[in-house]
Structures are given as C-alpha cells and as structure tokens.
Design a protein around this ligand. Sequence first.
Ligand SMILES: [Zn+2]
Length: 104
Amino acid sequence: MQRVYQAATLMDAQLVFDALQSSGIEATINGAYLSGAVGELPTDATPSVWVIDEADVYRAKAVINELLDPESGVLRGEWYCGECGERCAATFQICWNCGAARPA
Ligand SMILES: [Zn+2]
C-alpha cells in the first residue's frame, strides 16, 4: 500500500477514492472514522487515500492531478452553499449540510 493523497476532509478523500475506483484502481481511505456523519468527526482527523497495489501509484497520481486545480491545489468544481456557507463537493447538487440547492 502507498499513500497517494492527503485530504483535508473526509469528503475530499471520498472524492479521490471514488475517482480512483472508477479508473479501476483499488484504493482505501485511512485515518478517518468512516462511520457517522462528517460533522461528527474529530477536527484532527486527516484522512488519506492509499492505493493497494503500488504498481498503480503512478496512474493514481495522474487521476488525482486531474481532480486538483493546478493553481490552488484544491479539488476542482467545489462550491460554497449560499445558505450556510459550507463547502460542497462538485458532484453534489444540494448542500450536504442544510439541503439548499446548488447556486446556479
Ligand atoms: Zn448549506
């Protein structure tokens, strides 16, 4: 196993994990409590994404680079809820926190 991404939040880790899975790369998320809602996580949880097979590391990093904005280093396409201000993943159409619709 080798770590390929250190995430700030479990949501980021999950996004990277999903992208790797859909690219056929076996991966896992470590360092986070996977049960329970994101809001209940301890603030010092820093989840990381690992690939199972080290032969996939190069390809995994290419997938992750596609997800990251080259200037800011944060995941592309994230948006901020107009109601509660929470950061939401690109794939979400409603706020995970309060359920408000994604701003146009
Ligand atoms: Zn919200």
